[in-house]
Design a protein around this ligand. Structure first.
Ligand code: XMP
Length: 560
């Protein structure tokens, strides 16, 4: 947190969060700043260490295409333009961008040597050819593979710029004016299909911008604890603890800062996984010694849900009931504990960015599984210590604070819990089947991962990323989320010579990076076989096991 940080200036590119994550992975703090807010923030006295322009869907020649005034480039701030960002910089500074009638898309060979003749670049187009290797490509080979996705390209660099790499179809795959510290790349260094991309970003951050690379979760946690102490003083904080990663890490962090002045309300809606409620109390209540007020509201939720089979109605009932319970309980606490002044929320950076708050707008309060609404008369101030962090950074803070890895790296669990995995009407019997089968699934995936770890040193589930040859991390093939569902189908079977008419259980296991898209996980047949045997044999009321082979889209990860 000692650097001023980098601004990832957003021109509407699909990879803005990915770029920011890559910068953070290089231990440099960064923020995503909408391009429209840039000049106002600079006028307000802020000065980033450097900026990275993202790509974007526009062409610089479009009416109203997003951009920044030429004066921006006179401020002395180092710039790395990516794709549209590079074209915009070139166009604004007097270079020539053209729109050919072909696209360059996918993995492409790139040459980043210093001799324009060998490189096949017309020295006239290349301007003054670079006499030494570009700082961006320092320590990186001349002959490379990169990921391209563009139509327009830069045909002539602006005065003062030299071309530093090219591809067969793109004469200006990268360009720079090292004196003004302005750099542009047509390819995408942030995606793992550009294997040297992270090295190039690090070169920009360390060598060009002079970043110290001291953004670590240990530093963050230390600094946040003292900041929270300062802000809260000896006043009281209330937190809705769900047992999920974000609210748990936020609570442990604040507890570290202010101890017993933090009170957590844990609403157990009876839709949690097997033993989960107990685990929350054991870990956070007893191990971390936090003040947790557990509300056993299972009966209340189940009676409201009785007879309801419409998925949206279920979600709405659970959301409304959560707010009602939280309101009642916090009012009781308010009466017994005296003034509570702050409400702690586990808001994280993607929530802020996705709600348009990257430029400083207030974050939208998360849906029902955190807190959807609070009595106005309590007039609480929001405390959001994790609002600058990506999910993997939140996990890093959790580890720094001593939360066990299996909790910190746990898979996502939806706020409405098992209700949206129990199709049709929710009953105790069906919840029991989901809980028991899900516990078996989790046990078997753990075993599978331990076996894999023993053999390869890598686990194949969320968080344990696999590095490719270029050192870039990818979690695309990792099992990201896995659970069982009860599709509300009963079918005929035979067990021990007797006819059965029992439920089918569905197994859902997906690979994903962020839950926005996913593919079904290629679990080994042996794992599937064990799962099928164990679930049918050990869970009463089940005689059939199904594996869901649907990607997202067209399916969603959850079934409701
Ligand atoms: P879908 O089913 O939309 O899920 O593909 C994407 C990811 O979001 C989780 N999910 C939820 N999380 N409250 C949550 O906190 C919800 O209502 C909710 N619905 C889905 C889901 O588990 C998956 O990780």
């Amino acid at each position: 947190m000692t650097d001023n940080g980098i601004w990832v200036v957003d021109f509407g590119g699909q990879y803005n969060q990915l770029i920011a994550r890559r910068v953070r992975e290089a231990h440099v703090y960064c923020e995503i700043v909408p391009y429209e807010k840039c000049m106002a923030r600079l006028d307000g006295g802020e000065l980033p260490l450097g900026v990275i322009f993202t790509g974007g869907p526009s062409s610089v020649y479009e009416e109203g295409a997003p951009g920044l005034p030429a004066s921006f480039f006179e401020l002395g701030i180092p710039v790395l333009g990516i794709c549209y960002g590079a074209q915009l910089m070139a166009h604004t500074l007097g270079g020539k961008v053209v729109s050919p009638d072909y696209k360059e898309y996918g993995r492409v060979a790139l040459y980043a040597g210093i001799d324009p003749v060998i490189a096949g670049i017309d020295p006239v187009i290349a301007g003054a050819a670079p006499q030494s290797k570009s700082a961006l490509f320092s320590g990186i080979s001349d002959t490379l593979q990169c990921w391209m996705s563009h139509t327009d390209y830069i045909a002539e660099p602006p005065a003062g710029f030299v071309v530093t790499s090219h591809t067969e179809n793109c004469p200006t795959a990268s360009l720079e004016d090292p004196v003004r510290r302005l750099y542009g790349v047509q390819f995408h260094p942030e995606v793992h299909h550009t294997p040297f991309g992270q090295e190039l970003l690090k070169n920009f951050l360390y060598k060009v911008c002079g970043a110290a690379g001291d953004w670590t979760m240990a530093n963050f946690a230390k600094q946040k604890v003292s900041e929270i102490r300062e802000i809260v003083g000896d006043r009281k904080v209330l937190c809705a603890l769900s047992g999920g990663v974000d609210s748990s890490v936020a609570a442990v962090l604040v507890h570290e800062a202010i101890g017993d002045n933090l009170t957590c309300i844990f609403v157990d809606h009876g839709l949690l996984r097997k033993d989960e409620g107990e685990q929350v109390m054991e870990v956070y209540g007893r191990q971390f010694n936090m003040k947790i007020h557990r509300v056993n509201a299972a009966e209340r939720f189940l009676s409201k849900l009785a007879g309801v089979d419409d998925p949206e109605k279920k979600r709405k009932i659970i959301g409304a009931e959560f707010i009602a319970v939280f309101d009642e309980e916090s009012k009781k606490l308010f009466a017994s504990e005296g003034d509570i002044e702050f409400l702690l929320q586990g808001t994280i950076y993607p929530d802020v960015v996705e709600s348009g708050g990257g430029g400083g707008k207030a974050a939208v309060i998360k849906s029902h599984h955190n807190v959807g609404g609070l009595p106005d008369d309590m007039n609480l101030k929001l405390l959001e210590p994790l609002r600058l962090l990506f999910k993997d950074e939140v996990r890093g803070v959790g580890e720094e604070l001593g939360i066990a890895p299996e909790l910190v790296w746990r898979q996502p669990f939806p706020g409405p819990g098992l209700a949206i995995r129990c199709l049709g009407e929710i009953t105790e019997e069906k919840l029991f089947i989901i809980r028991e089968s899900d516990a078996i699934l989790r046990e078997e995936i753990d075993k599978y991962n331990e076996g894999l770890f023993a053999k390869t040193g890598k686990r194949n589930y969320g968080g344990d990323y696999v590095s490719d040859a270029g050192g870039n991390v990818s979690s695309e093939r990792a099992v990201w989320q896995y659970f069982t569902v009860l599709p509300n189908i009963r079918s005929v079977g035979v067990m021990g010579d007797a006819r059965t008419y029992d439920y089918a259980v569905g197994i859902r296991a997906v690979t994903s990076v962020d839950g926005m898209t996913s593919d079904w996980a290629r679990l080994p047949y042996e794992v599937l076989e064990t799962l099928s045997n164990r679930i049918v044999n050990e869970v009463d009321g089940v005689n059939r096991v199904l594996y869901d082979l649907t990607s997202k889209p067209p399916g969603t990860i959850e079934w409701e």
